[in-house]
Design a protein around this ligand. Structure first.
Ligand code: AMP
Length: 617
């Protein structure tokens, strides 16, 4: 079947041709015609099945370009997915005049999103929390919405968005078409479908088997600045005789290669900017075994004949689950054993869950190997090598014949010499500390930790998340010291409440903590730290206040920044806090400060990460 047989308009067919898609995928073939006819659809299909096109095409076709207002609302669980969907919609709308789309998600400033809505954008792809905020503020007018799409509904329910979805739907016109996509079906999803739609057409697409069972997949939680060291330890332990390391950008590829070269390993790079001849040369070297490690981007590795490596390391988690499958498919070929190791940071948990859902396998969580473990593994490998060589080494070299010394002494000296010569130097990383987040025992109810630092002068910070998320004082301390780069002794009492936590820090360090943690995740949720002003009803305690230097605008921003982040929550677990916050007097941005820009995208994360990584390597 071809796309032209599905009843798609010529403008979108032209865009599909530009995109290079030749035949519709199964979900597209089955869902597009009935959706174009106005049916409600339930598509049970996984990421990678082509579902985005399957709902975006009918959605674009139902838009009237003459109406400058939101006509299609698509809800997605994460900002990454919202942005990704929006990109596909924009590509499909290439030849449709007067139609535009915008992603709307929390954690970013309202400015650009409001501007798009004011311009009359027709296709909104958003995360539930921010969509509710804009609807309630009257900025997102729902009068013209004729189509609601729920993408990855199972993930939205898993993330606790059920109430938010119901709230959004309660504000939509009842006369509308609903397209509903989920990778799995459960009673909760069935009940959601029944609430949102009447007699929808159900289309189920079988998931192909994606990964090979002989590939052992594991995950290490490692801060970015420790990753070269952990990679080196994998090499030192003899686990990377022929290893392929993937990074998301060529800049990180360069950084990893430079870091490993500086430690004396035989390593080279492969990325899209390299001329073909050079790439071939590198490939050749790798194939011949002259290189132990090849570091590559996804694009560079695609279409190249690199397989049968004994380990694949994901230095960074790929953003697209399909890339993960491509990456690890380079090992464990033809029934052989292979290993895939993935490094993740604290903010990668939701993406990891997405990949695991996509491949249908849970990866093994592993602890970073300690220096002692590395040394032990090297000793064992050396003994193996010596024994192998000893099998054919029967003659004592002439130079050793006249030495009068017990054989054990000589052997010990040789062993130590070889060990010292062959091994690289290990560096200390935060992951080495037995309990790097070690802090006092979690206090009972909301009592402060006992032997905590007593700070003479302090401000109290509010952080989202508390006992309900299983957060412990050590988690917060770890976050503040590692990600927030708080100097030793600058964190005081930590009180964990049901839904939030209060942390005392020294006044000088407070702005830095707020800024540095603005891109972090804890227990899979976006961290929101701000100065605690107490409950509005109960009268705010009188505490010293601070202003936060806003790196986006290079101006001092006030509570609007906090407010933005607060409103970034999607989970209804936080609804109580968010509502508390809403009751407060709104903060108005200083008239003289420039409009905030969005720095919360992956580039923002990347810049922050690469900075800390560069600093350490
Ligand atoms: P999705 O399931 O929407 O996440 O799509 C997965 C990937 O498949 C995306 O990168 C799309 O660009 C791509 N894709 C979607 N439809 C087709 C098609 N008919 N042929 C080839 N690739 C497609």
């Amino acid at each position: 079947m071809s796309f032209s047989e599905l009843g798609i308009c010529p403008e979108i067919l032209e865009a599909i041709e530009v995109l290079g898609f030749e035949t519709p995928s199964l979900i597209q073939e089955k869902a597009i015609p009935p959706a174009l006819d106005g049916s409600d659809i339930v598509g049970l299909s996984h990421t990678g099945s082509g579902k985005t096109l399957a709902f975006s095409i009918p959605a674009l076709e139902c838009i009237d370009p003459a109406i400058r207002g939101v006509q299609v609302l698509c809800l997605a669980p994460t900002r990454e997915l919202a942005v990704q969907i929006c990109r596909e919609v924009e590509k499909l709308a290439l030849f449709l005049d007067g139609i535009s789309a915008v992603p709307i998600y929390g954690g970013a400033s309202f400015g650009p999103q409001l501007a798009a809505l004011k311009r009359g954008v027709q296709f909104v792809v958003g995360t539930p929390g921010r969509v509710i905020d804009l609807m309630e503020q009257g900025e997102l007018n729902t009068d013209n919405i004729s189509m609601l799409i729920l993408d990855e509904a199972d993930e939205m329910l898993d993330m606790g968005f059920q109430e938010d979805i119901d709230r959004v739907v309660s504000m939509l016109p009842t006369e509308r078409q609903t397209l509903f996509f989920s990778a799995t079906m459960s009673p909760a999803i069935r009940s959601l479908i029944n609430r949102l739609s009447q007699d929808p057409l159900e289309i189920a697409i079988e998931r192909p088997v994606l990964t090979v069972p002989t590939c052992e997949q594991s995950v290490y939680e490692v801060v970015f600045s420790s990753r070269i060291e952990v990679l080196s330890r994998l090499i030192e332990m003899g686990r990377m005789k022929r290893g392929l390391v993937f990074a998301n950008t060529k800049r990180v590829v360069d950084d990893v290669v430079d870091g490993l070269l500086a430690r004396g390993y035989s390593v080279d790079r492969l990325h899209g900017d390299m001329p073909q001849t050079l790439r071939e040369r590198v490939m050749d070297s790798f194939r011949k075994g002259n290189l132990n490690v090849l570091v590559a981007t996804d694009i560079a590795a695609r279409g190249l004949d690199i397989d049968d490596v004994d380990i694949v390391v994901n230095f960074e988690l790929p953003r697209d689950p399909e890339d993960y499958v491509h990456r690890i498919g380079r090992t464990a070929r033809a029934g052989r054993k292979g290993k895939a190791v993935t490094f993740i940071g604290r903010r990668d948990f939701s993406l990891l869950a997405r990949i695991e859902r996509f491949i249908g396998t849970r990866m093994q969580r592993e602890k970073v190997m300690t220096g002692e473990q590395v040394t032990q593994a090297r000793k064992e490998a050396l003994v193996d090598e010596i024994l192998e060589m000893a099998a054919s080494a029967h003659e004592l070299p002439e130079e050793l014949r006249d030495i009068e010394m017990p054989a054990e002494h000589l052997m010990t000296a040789m062993f130590n010499l070889l060990l010292a010569r062959n091994g690289g130097e290990l560096q200390d990383i935060p992951e080495d500390r037995p309990n790097r987040h070690a802090r006092p025992q979690e206090p009972g109810a909301d009592a402060p930790a006992k032997d905590w630092n007593t700070l003479e002068d302090s401000v109290t910070l509010f952080m989202n998340g508390g006992k309900l998320l299983g957060i412990k004082p050590k988690d917060i301390a770890g976050l503040f010291y590692n990600e927030g780069e708080a100097p030793k002794g600058s964190v005081g009492d930590i009180k964990i409440f049901l839904k939030h936590s209060l942390i005392e820090v020294t006044p000088e360090i407070a702005p830095q903590i707020v800024e540095k943690l603005s891109t972090c995740m804890i227990c899979g949720y976006e961290v929101n730290v701000r100065e605690d002003k107490g409950r509005p009803e109960g009268g705010a305690p009188d505490r010293p206040s601070f202003r936060v230097r806003d790196r986006r605008t290079d101006s001092y921003a006030g509570r609007d920044k906090f407010r933005d982040r607060e409103r970034g929550f999607g989970s209804n677990r936080y609804r109580g806090e968010r509502d508390d916050f809403r009751n407060r007097k709104p903060f108005h941005r200083r008239a003289d400060s420039p409009a905030p820009r969005d720095n919360k995208g992956s580039d923002g994360f990347y810049k922050r990460f690469s900075k800390s990584y560069k600093g350490k390597s």
